[in-house]
Design a binder for this molecule. Structure first.
Ligand SMILES: C[S@@+](CC[C@H](N)C(=O)[O-])C[C@H]1O[C@@H](n2cnc3c(N)ncnc32)[C@H](O)[C@@H]1O
Length: 360
């Protein structure tokens, strides 16, 4: 609330009057006389500099001016994987921390899927029955769909126009990776990259056909074949504010929530984060798991994003810190167990974050 003392107003009448004795007196005619001829400056027009909004940060110091990047306020970076991935690798380094049996034949949702790299990697390598990537940013969802169409066009086709990669694990040497543990989790590159990218570039991508029987509606999981790329769909939505799933077919066996808690926390505060965790729990089938990669609290303010006043207050008032997630998820939300899966290698220290598996 502003008080009269807080508000500094300056009006014309408040300006100190000139000392009439010392001030030169100008006649009315003089005050309307045309200005003395100035040499005409014909230099380049002055560039317009837009005003950068000023944002007050948590500390009491002077207001800080940040470069506005409102488009990334949800962590929806356009080139997230360009920064995150090691050059030449197309498989995200978090995937080898996961066991194929957790995903294979299961209904999975990747919340905050960005451009779909993790979603597509999981779909191709771990053969879920169906995986749905959801992101709040429509541009990223379009990118994810385009990526799926491209990757789906490179895989080896079988007679029924569908390929199952589930049993095909092979060679280290076929992959562009320098890490054996990573490569051993992968199927053969010969099958995944059977066609060169010049094929879809020249002739267009193969259509990705959504088969109802792979969408987990009305079928049991036993025949979940993981038929990439037809086991993937992407959609745009604010997952936090969608209604809770109650019908069995909307439940998921696995929720992937990588690098999203910070953005939920920053935008919606403790209340939003609690809602997010409870929603994860309610969405899961009994025995289902939440694969969680939380960001550290110290990184919240490092984001190159324009913080609004609300975001700033959310961070300042945060009580449910990432170090408390484990006790909160087990004792309050109701997960049965938690396992730390490891910390993936990454050249950028900021991406060396632990991944956890919470079981309902
Ligand atoms: C930092 S990126 C992480 C991307 C991906 N999960 C990964 O780790 O590779 C966070 C993503 O979450 C998305 N996101 C944030 N809030 C969301 C919400 N309420 N619903 C859906 N997506 C959201 C952002 O648009 C962004 O693409």
């Amino acid at each position: 609330m502003t008080t009269a003392n807080d508000t500094h107003t300056s009006t014309k009448s408040a300006r100190p009057l000139r000392n009439s004795a010392s001030a030169p007196v100008r006649s009315e005619a003089a005050s309307f006389a045309p200005p003395a001829e100035q040499p005409q400056r014909r230099g380049p027009a002055k560039r317009y500099t837009p005003t950068v909004p000023r944002v007050v940060t948590a500390d009491k110091g002077p207001a800080k001016t940040l470069t506005p990047r409102p488009a990334c306020a949800h962590g929806n970076y356009a080139d997230y994987y360009g920064k995150r991935s090691t050059r030449g690798e197309w498989v995200d380094r978090r995937l080898p921390l996961l066991e194929k049996s957790w995903i294979e034949g299961k209904n999975v949702i990747d919340v905050g899927c960005n451009a779909g790299v993790v979603t597509i990697g999981l779909a191709a390598l771990f053969a879920p029955k169906h995986i749905e990537g959801v992101d709040i940013d429509p541009t990223l969802v379009r990118k994810a769909r385009a990526r799926l169409a491209l990757r789906g066009s490179l895989v080896k086709m079988q007679a029924n126009n569908i390929i199952s990669l589930s049993d095909d694990k092979t060679p280290v040497e076929a992959m562009d990776v320098d890490d054996e543990s990573l490569a051993s989790a992968l199927p053969s590159r010969q099958d995944l990259d059977y066609f060169p990218t010049s094929c879809p570039s020249l002739y267009g991508s193969m259509p990705v056909v959504e088969h109802d029987e792979y969408r987990g509606e009305g079928t049991d999981n036993s025949d979940g074949a993981g038929l990439f790329p037809h086991n993937v769909t992407f959609r745009c939505g604010d997952w936090l504010h969608e209604p809770n799933p109650s019908r069995a077919e909307f439940k998921k066996d696995v929720i992937v929530a990588f690098s999203i808690t910070k953005w939920i926390h920053v935008n919606h505060g403790d209340a939003g984060l609690e809602r997010f965790f409870k929603r994860c729990f309610n969405t899961l089938t009994p025995g289902g798991c939440l694969l969680l990669e939380p960001q550290l609290f110290e990184t919240y303010r490092k984001a190159p994003v324009l913080f609004t006043r609300t975001m700033d207050e959310n961070v300042r008032n945060a009580k449910l810190k990432p170090e408390d997630f484990e006790s909160y998820l087990i004792e309050t939300v109701g997960f049965q167990s938690v396992e730390k899966l490891g910390v993936p290698e990454n050249r950028a220290a900021g991406f060396k974050r632990a991944v956890y598996r919470y079981v309902k």
